[in-house]
Ligand binder design. Structure first.
Ligand code: UTP
Length: 307
């Protein structure tokens, strides 16, 4: 589809709501994730879900909608008051500042359940009643996005800025080596258009987990979305796709001819914390960025590598 193709109005509207699908089984991290949700695994001293919620707040998003499953209550508890802990810390004259990011305004955390993990698309659809008739953001918390220190902000902030200019649907993409595409959703890129602080690529096709030889590009969808509410009606009819799951990518592909779709190339770093090596990479990279740890960790790494 080219830029001249007629499309429905793109309904620019402030992004107030974010959906965090956290009902997956986290099988790649078993047995660690048998009793603890994957999203509560920490990169140093913050659980993955906290990084995602912080990124949402930075982008001006107010309402956090968690699609949870059984055994995931620790995620909701994390953003509640820890009464005994806080009282004890106060008694011991300890500051509670460290807990500040875990507080959300009353009513701004909503949890819905996905009873059976039927796939990412199904998880998003479970939030339809809360999302209602407005555009919304989606965060996959196991993809950790760290912005650059240049004022452009985190990934969702960059996407919200782009949305203010072009509206429609946006997905965050990044380039990977071609042989890795079959683990991801891949876009077929169209025309590039410049926007403030970067470039947007028109999305003309989307395919989930293609074979390397069939992949339309090496640009993969990377865990952040801004979608129009019409996606919910598409998800309602969606059949199972790759892996026997109801795929969000397939539903988005159905909307391509109807509404504008653009890809934002995130200016920053992305760590795939859903994989063990990505998780270790994120831990190391963030430790090396921290003033309180960098020297010690660098010395440790040097020692371990025998350098
Ligand atoms: P993943 O496939 O990466 O996560 O789903 P997973 O299933 O938890 O992990 P593995 O592959 O078994 O190790 C991407 C995101 O979608 C959510 C997951 O929680 C994760 O945030 N998800 C996935 C759901 O909420 N429901 C589902 O049915 C599937």
């Amino acid at each position: 589809m080219s830029d001249s193709t007629p499309r429905k109005p793109i309904r620019p509207q402030r992004i107030r709501k974010a959906v965090f699908p956290v009902a997956g089984l986290g099988t790649r991290f078993l047995p660690a994730t048998k009793a603890i949700p994957k999203e509560m695994l920490p990169i140093i001293d913050r659980p993955l879900i906290q990084y995602a919620v912080d990124e949402a707040r930075e982008a001006g998003i107010e309402q956090m909608i968690f699609v949870t499953g059984r055994g995931k209550t620790a995620i909701v508890d994390h953003f509640d008051i820890a009464f005994e802990l806080e009282a004890t810390m106060r008694d011991r004259a300890k500051t509670l500042e460290i807990l500040e990011p875990t507080r959300l305004a009353p009513g701004n955390l909503i949890a819905v359940r996905q009873q059976v993990p039927l796939g990412l698309g199904h998880a998003i659809w479970c939030a339809r009643g809360i999302v209602g008739d407005e555009p919304f953001a989606i965060f996959l918390p196991d993809e950790l996005m760290i912005g650059q220190n240049d004022g452009s902000g985190g990934c969702m902030k960059q996407m919200v800025d782009a949305y203010a200019e072009v509206g429609g649907n946006l997905i965050s993409v990044l380039e990977v080596p071609r042989e890795e595409v079959s683990s991801y959703g891949v876009i077929a890129p169209g025309v590039k258009r410049p926007v403030r602080g970067g470039a947007l690529t028109e999305v003309i096709g989307l395919v989930e987990k293609p074979r390397v030889e069939d992949a339309p590009s090496n640009l993969i969808i990377s865990g952040r979305y801004i979608l129009q509410p019409e996606i919910m009606a598409v998800l309602e009819r969606q059949r199972k796709g790759a892996g026997g799951e109801i795929q969000l990518t397939d539903a988005m592909a159905h909307m391509l001819g109807e509404q504008a779709f653009h890809a934002v190339t995130f200016a920053g770093k992305r760590y795939d914390c859903g994989s063990k090596t990505g998780f270790v990479e994120a831990t190391l990279a963030l430790a090396l960025e921290r003033e309180d740890m960098a020297d010690e960790v660098r010395a440790m790494a040097t020692r371990l590598l025998g350098l």
